[in-house]
Every structure is written in structure tokens, then in C-alpha cells.
Design a protein around this ligand. Structure first.
Ligand SMILES: Cc1ncc(COP(=O)(O)O)c(C=O)c1O
Length: 392
């Protein structure tokens, strides 16, 4: 297979043919047809930073692919990244390397709670949060976000009630997929006050921490408190478009919690990773910064172009104010369709595969999630197809 171009030109399409891409090749399975532009699962149609590809090629050229340990340089790359980009000094011993953020959430819930314990999530939210609670036989408690105007906020009063009623853990999505919120320091402080009062453990999924639009700042909640139990999941996977490599990290300051989580991974026999994920992770954190800065300029321009187009030509769809992530949350309630009809309309008439809002909980009814991490011209073409399919 020919190597794709290595560039920060995000406009020129890069073919994913022959890569068994989930986003493209599973269209028939998930949407019943291949005849849709795939703007659903959260990866990008952009080449990863050149330094990542160079490092992977160099590693592949060493022809032994044996069992591999995590080198010190891997930890250092992560510490330096979070220090520089997020003003977060992470202790080396707090880092637990993991085979992905979703398995980490499963492992943390398993390690820190018992069967039947109540775990809170805040829908509409990334759907594996639901399964992480249910599959581990814990009790799911929902604290839905509140849509105020064109932006979501957390319901801290209801959160406190849930904690008072015995919930042990909150799984926080920060920034929040799918609604695009980058939580402000005042909101995080208020959340911490509830956690402090009720001894609530916070699992903070910060996988989207680097995908922040201008004028916004992501605050790692762990930097705001050392008297609340906070376990943070991070990864370069969304940031640099390397989720297929499958490596992430947990930051766990408490030794007993850390040992418990490591024990779960050991019990599951998933504590070792492959050499390619390790070298991709390290190269991204060491050399990907300029690429990321270019990416965020591009994604922001696309976000604004979508907003302008919807306002001018597709007022039936409202873009919920987005502060981060490349996932836009579209309010389609003014289209006056059932969820099944919305889903069918976008596939059959709009020729686009988006994630249905109900995937993220019942409160996602009437919404769709649009992945804009593709060439801008393609995104705008999709919007025009939708426009022409709607009565004018
Ligand atoms: C909030 C959130 N957490 C986790 C993941 C997936 O993480 P991983 O692939 O490392 O399991 C995603 C992917 O979309 C996500 O949006």
C-alpha cells in the first residue's frame, strides 16, 4: 500500500481504502448502506503528524517485534506534554499505562467500587460510560446535563442529591463528548465542592483535553484539588489521530487505588502493550505540537463554517455552542421528526452517517452528533445535500 501524504494540509482528502477503517468499512453494518459520507465514529480523516509515521516506520524497520516494556522516555514525554500544555505536573509514579481509555474506566470502576454500588454519569454522554457501569454490575445513576439556551451545564443540585443517596463515583467527561463543553474553573470548583462534601470519587475522562477551540482553556480537574479522590484518563489518541494504536494512561495519585487498578489489569492479562503503540504515543507527545496547533485552527474554521451555513441556510438545525472536541452536537428538534425518522432522513436523503443523539442517552432524543474532522469541503457538501433534501 502506498504511504499517504504527510502534511498539515487538511483539505486534500486522504483515502482510507484498504485500511479496514471502522468509520468507512462498517457503514453497511451500522447504517445499512455504503452510500453515506461517514461522519460518525470519533477518529479523523487526516494523516497523523509526520513524526508519528516516521517513528512507526523506524520501529517497523527493526524486524523483531517482541514483548515490550514501557520505556522511561514514554513517561517523560507524557509528563512534559502535560506540564507544557496543561500546567499539570504529573508525578512519574502516578502514571498507570493502559490499553485505552474505555478499558481504563472499566478497570477503575471494578477496582474502586463493589457490585451494586451506584455510579453517576451525566448524559447525553459518550455511550461506553453507560456500559462501563452496567457491564461491571454497578448501579447506573443518571445526572442529566441541563440545556440552558444554547449551552449545557451540569446539574449540581441533582448531583448532590445522588451523592447523598449513596453514589460513590462520578464519571466526568471533560471536555464533554458529545455536547462540546470545556468545563470552566468555576464549574469544576463547584463540582469539587460536592465531591468533597460527599466523598465522591471522580473519574475524569480527559481524552479530548487537547482539542480546544480558541478562547477556551481546558483545566485538568486534578490540578484544582488534592483533597478529593480524582483519577484522570488521558491519551494522545484523539489529539493526534492515533486511536487505532490503542494506548492511554491513568493518573492516580493514591497508591492504594493505583495498586488496585493495576491488579485489575493484571487479572485481565492486559498489562503489556505492543511496540507500535508505545512509539506512536511517545513521538506524538514529543513532536506533535505544531501539527496540533495547525489542526485546531483548521477545525475551528470548519466549526465556524458549519455554524454560518446552518444559520443562513438550514435554520431547522441548531449548532449547540461548541468549545472543544471535533464532535458537533446538532439540535434537530425543529425538524419535527421522531428519532427513527431523523436517522432514516440523514442516511437516505442527507447521504450522511452521523451518530444518533439517542446513542448518548434518552436525553439525546432529537439531536445528532456530527464529526467534522474531515476536509471542510466534504462537510459543507454534506450540509448542502441535507439542505436540498429538506422542503424549502
Ligand atoms: C470521551 C471518550 N472517552 C474515550 C474514548 C475512547 O477511548 P479509547 O479508544 O482509548 O478506549 C472516546 C472516543 O470517542 C471518547 O470520546
Amino acid at each position: 500500500m502506498a504511504l499517504p501524504r504527510l502534511t498539515t494540509d487538511f483539505d486534500t482528502p486522504v483515502s482510507r481504502d484498504g485500511t479496514a477503517s471502522l468509520k468507512y468499512d462498517a457503514r453497511t453494518t451500522y447504517f445499512g448502506t455504503n452510500d453515506v459520507v461517514p461522519l460518525w465514529v470519533a477518529d479523523m480523516d487526516f494523516s497523523a503528524p509526520e513524526a508519528v509515521t516516521t517513528a512507526l516506520i523506524a520501529r517497523a524497520q527493526h524486524t523483531i517485534y517482541g514483548y515490550t516494556d514501557y520505556p522511561e522516555s514514554l513517561y517523560t514525554s507524557m509528563q512534559q506534554w502535560f506540564n507544557r500544555r496543561h500546567h499539570w505536573a504529573i508525578e512519574r509514579e502516578s502514571i498507570v499505562l493502559c490499553p485505552g481509555v474505555v478499558p481504563s474506566i472499566y478497570a477503575v470502576i471494578t477496582a474502586l467500587t463493589d457490585v451494586g454500588d451506584q455510579v453517576i454519569i451525566q448524559p447525553p454522554v459518550y455511550h461506553p460510560f453507560f456500559t462501563a457501569v452496567k457491564d461491571t454490575q454497578r448501579t447506573l445513576v443518571e445526572n442529566p446535563l441541563i440545556l440552558a439556551g444554547n449551552q449545557y451545564r451540569m446539574d449540581l443540585d441533582h448531583l448532590a442529591q445522588c451523592a447523598e443517596a449513596g453514589a460513590k463515583v462520578l464519571v466526568l467527561c471533560s471536555p464533554h463528548n458529545p455536547v462540546g463543553r470545556v468545563w470552566q474553573p468555576s464549574e469544576l470548583e463547584a463540582l469539587l465542592a460536592v465531591a468533597r462534601r460527599y466523598n465522591l470519587i471522580i473519574i475524569s475522562d480527559e481524552i479530548h483535553a487537547d482539542l480546544i477551540f480558541p478562547d477556551q482553556t481546558h483545566i485538568a480537574i486534578a490540578t484544582l484539588a488534592d483533597d478529593v479522590s480524582i483519577i484522570t484518563a488521558v491519551s494522545p489518541s484523539k489529539t493526534f489521530n492515533i486511536p487505532g494504536l490503542g494506548l492511554s494512561a491513568l493518573v492516580v495519585n493514591d497508591k492504594a487505588q493505583r495498586d488496585g487498578i493495576k491488579q485489575v489489569f493484571n487479572d485481565w492479562h492486559v498489562s503489556n502493550m505492543n511496540p507500535f503503540s508505545i512509539c506512536g504515543f511517545e513521538a506524538a507527545y514529543m513532536h506533535g505540537e505544531a501539527w496540533l496547533d495547525d489542526l485546531m485552527v483548521y477545525l475551528n474554521d470548519t466549526r465556524l463554517a458549519v455554524k454560518r451555513y446552518l444559520e443562513a441556510s438550514l435554520p431547522e438545525i441548531t449548532l449547540i455552542e461548541s468549545e472543544g472536541t471535533y464532535l458537533l452536537w446538532l439540535d434537530c428538534r425543529a425538524m419535527n421528526m421522531t428519532d427513527a425518522d431523523l436517522h432514516r432522513f440523514f442516511i437516505e436523503e442527507g447521504k450522511v452517517a452521523m451518530s444518533p443523539g439517542t446513542l448518548f442517552g434518552d436525553v439525546g432524543s432529537g439531536f445528532m452528533r456530527l464529526n467534522i474532522a474531515a476536509p471542510r469541503a466534504l462537510i459543507l457538501t454534506v450540509l448542502k445535500t441535507i439542505r436540498s433534501a429538506l422542503p424549502s
